[in-house]
Design a protein around this ligand. Sequence first.
Ligand code: FE2
Length: 135
Amino acid sequence: MALYEWKDVYNIGIDSIDAEHQGMLNLINQLFDAMSHGKAKEIMVDIFSELINYIKLHFKREETFFTDTNFPEYIEHKLQHDLFIEKINAFKTQFDDGKQNISVELINFLTDWLINHIFIMDRNYLNHFKKHGVN
Ligand SMILES: [Fe+2]
């Protein structure tokens, strides 16, 4: 059972970014599904490696668009990305140190990110990107 379903209204109209945002929603659903079957621990290693890929690929893509187009909110936006990276690293350290029961905290954090960053903050660059023909 999926926790969230992607809706057209979540798309910002840049295919690469929309696909990666959907990837985050899928990752949350994957974690939720494993948790509801008592199998969270088994997939945590994969979840962390997907999160690290997401950071490398997706944040880099957004930040390159920001610098290429002189996005005025670059610093604030990048700060949110950096805080996300710090938090994921902290979760990963806890997990590696043997505190493996962090799935609830992690899913809460990722859900908050999905709603407050992807669904709200990322929309702030929509008009700016359109104006600069980013796609
Ligand atoms: Fe972002």
